[in-house]
Design a protein around this ligand. Structure first.
Ligand SMILES: NC(=O)c1ccc[n+]([C@@H]2O[C@H](COP(=O)([O-])OP(=O)(O)OC[C@H]3O[C@@H](n4cnc5c(N)ncnc54)[C@H](O)[C@@H]3O)[C@@H](O)[C@H]2O)c1
Ligand SMILES: O=C(O)C(=O)C[C@@H](O)[C@H](O)[C@H](O)COP(=O)(O)O
Ligand SMILES: [Zn+2]
Length: 369
């Protein structure tokens, strides 16, 4: 088992990465389960596949699972879902000192984390991530949020979990498309900060997406380690270090908004396209050579992820995409910093990017090929 510490003053926690963690959840998370009833907020698909293992472990240790199902999909990160969930947690009598289990992908993790951030001004939660994306990214670092009609993750809180159990066996049942979407965030760690990891992924990415255990464990542990380091340095995204984790997201979130936060474009697919766009825009500015941008594109293509926005069938222009970016949380006094590349493995925050120029660049990209 790989164990990665997320070191935060007074709120440090472990991320455990191994197979079969859900089947021993009562032992793994026992220290946080102080009552007989255990509230579990579950993605309906994750529960269908893995609920029995969680249930058996809890019952064997004398606990009574109390299940709350969340409908799969991004639309569950909404005010309505949040209201229903908090009402349920209150009806269950969850107290500040209790812990809620979040079983599922980033949607359930972000929604449950936010509900726990505001329930009675804050109760505990344990992340049980069941998608690759949630294991390498969303379950770690304490960003929690819902979407609003204005855009992605616009209402939320920083609220750290007490423990993360990344059970690699859970990925056995994950659809291939979701596996590839999660891989985009893995690739992100290489592109933004670790050229050696990127090169390793160029060689071994197919083994990760194919769920070969050794490669998968290495990729998940390396990703979590990279994220844990950055979160420990800049928990609340104030110094600029954590903003680098947003590589590809300014473009990606705009594409997600334009496609209606739907199955048309998964978050990870938006990030993959966004990374390609960030690399191409960096090349256009002369920050990196075109060969580096092509290398990023090839790595995205090789994983079966989308790399051309012209293939999305969008009917909007570049200006409409740039307008979505006006809601980006990095917006500062009318300026939007962009995460661009100095090289593969060295992202930086560019504060001199004009959105008008980004709109023109996006027009070119929408028409390319
Ligand atoms: N908080 C953060 O730091 C952070 C980081 C990255 C992404 N996110 C957010 O995470 C969300 C995306 O998360 P996601 O990609 O995990 O999507 P998701 O939660 O929608 O899950 C993807 C799909 O997989 C299904 N599923 C989950 N586990 C399964 C399993 N083991 N077997 C079979 N099916 C399973 C779900 O039902 C769903 O259909 C987005 O809302 C994104 O904004 C947050
Ligand atoms: O943890 C972070 O910091 C990230 O930026 C991780 C991203 O992968 C994630 O999608 C995050 O939710 C985006 O953050 P946001 O602040 O742009 O909503
Ligand atoms: Zn993301």
């Amino acid at each position: 088992m790989a164990v990665i510490d997320v070191e935060l003053a007074g709120r440090s926690y472990e991320v455990r990465v191994a197979r079969d963690l859900l089947a021993s959840v009562a032992d793994q998370a026992g220290a946080f389960l102080r009552k007989q009833g255990v509230p579990i907020v579950a993605d309906a698909n994750a529960r269908r596949h893995w609920g029995a293992a969680v249930e058996a472990s809890l019952r064997a240790s004398g606990k009574e699972p109390r299940w709350y199902d969340v409908a799969p999909g991004e639309s569950s990160k909404s005010w309505e879902s949040l209201a229903r969930l908090t009402d349920w947690l209150l009806a269950e009598g969850v107290e500040r000192g209790d812990h809620v289990l979040a079983l599922g992908g980033g949607v359930v993790g972000d929604l449950t984390g936010f509900a726990c951030a505001i329930l009675k001004r804050g109760c505990g939660f344990v992340q049980l991530p069941t998608t690759l994306l949630a294991q390498v990214d969303s379950s770690v670092g304490g960003k929690t949020a819902i979407n609003t009609s204005a855009g992605k993750n616009l209402v939320g809180a920083f609220h750290q979990p007490s423990l993360v159990l990344a059970d690699l066996s859970a990925l056995d049942t994950l659809p291939d498309r979701e596996m590839r979407a999660g891989y985009a965030e893995v690739l992100k760690y290489g592109v933004l900060g670790d050229a050696d990891f990127f090169a390793w992924l160029e060689e071994n990415g197919a083994r990760v997406v194919d769920r070969e255990n050794e490669a998968l464990e290495h990729a998940v542990a390396e990703s979590v380690l990279a994220k844990a380091r950055i979160v420990a340095e800049d928990e609340r995204e104030t110094s600029g270090a954590r903003a680098l984790l947003n590589l590809g997201h300014t473009f990606g979130h705009a594409l997600e908004a334009e496609t209606g936060f739907s199955d048309r474009l998964l978050h990870g697919e938006g990030v993959a396209l966004g990374m390609v766009l960030a690399a191409r825009y960096s090349a256009r500015r002369g920050d990196i050579g075109i060969e580096d941008a092509q290398r990023v594109t090839r790595a995205v293509d090789a994983a079966g992820l989308p790399s051309e926005i012209s293939a999305l069938g969008l009917t909007c222009d570049g200006r409409a995409l740039a307008d979505h970016m006006l809601h980006d949380k990095k917006m500062d006094s009318g300026t939007l910093p962009f995460i661009l590349l100095r090289s593969i493995g060295a992202a930086y925050l560019a504060k001199d990017v004009a959105l008008d120029d980004v709109a023109l660049f996006l027009d070119e990209q929408l028409q390319a090929h």
